[in-house]
Design a protein. Structure first.
Length: 136
């Protein structure tokens, strides 16, 4: 993945962050998910007063893509209001593992443009997948 594409995904994730509904945490997160067919799906975090039904930016983006029939993904970028480059939470890592290859790049960025690129496998080693559901 070249630098221009990385910067584009970070920029799109940052724009998605602006749409976040985060009145409780005031911690806005945006995600930009790129499909292998070169479609882009954006997501933001959407909070709820009871917290449990809150949906993260990464899941918002991937659920939109899956709804549209997409099943192959190239990369995802995540940007938050935080000082550090923000990685997906555990639930989002598991959802990504359901639909993405372990080698997929996950670009974790902050508002200052600092970022780290990790593979999904680095973020969730030994993920529980459909192969684990196979019976003997």
């Amino acid at each position: 993945m070249n630098e221009e594409r990385i910067e584009f995904l970070i920029e799109q994730a940052n724009e998605a962050r602006a749409h976040a509904y985060a009145p409780y945490s005031n911690f806005r997160v945006g995600a930009a998910l790129l499909t292998k067919s070169n479609k882009l799906y954006l997501g933001c975090n959407i909070e709820n007063a009871s917290y449990t039904p809150t949906n993260c930016a990464e899941r918002t983006a991937i659920f939109k893509a899956v709804y549209d029939g997409e099943r192959e993904f190239e990369a995802i970028a995540i940007v938050s209001d935080g000082r550090n480059a923000t990685a997906p939470c555990g639930v989002c890592r598991q959802v990504l593992a359901e639909f993405c290859e372990p080698s997929m790049p996950v670009i974790c960025a902050n508002m200052e443009g600092n970022y780290k690129i990790l593979t999904l496998e680095e973020l969730i080693p030994m993920a529980f997948t459909k192969e684990d559901m196979e019976k003997i």
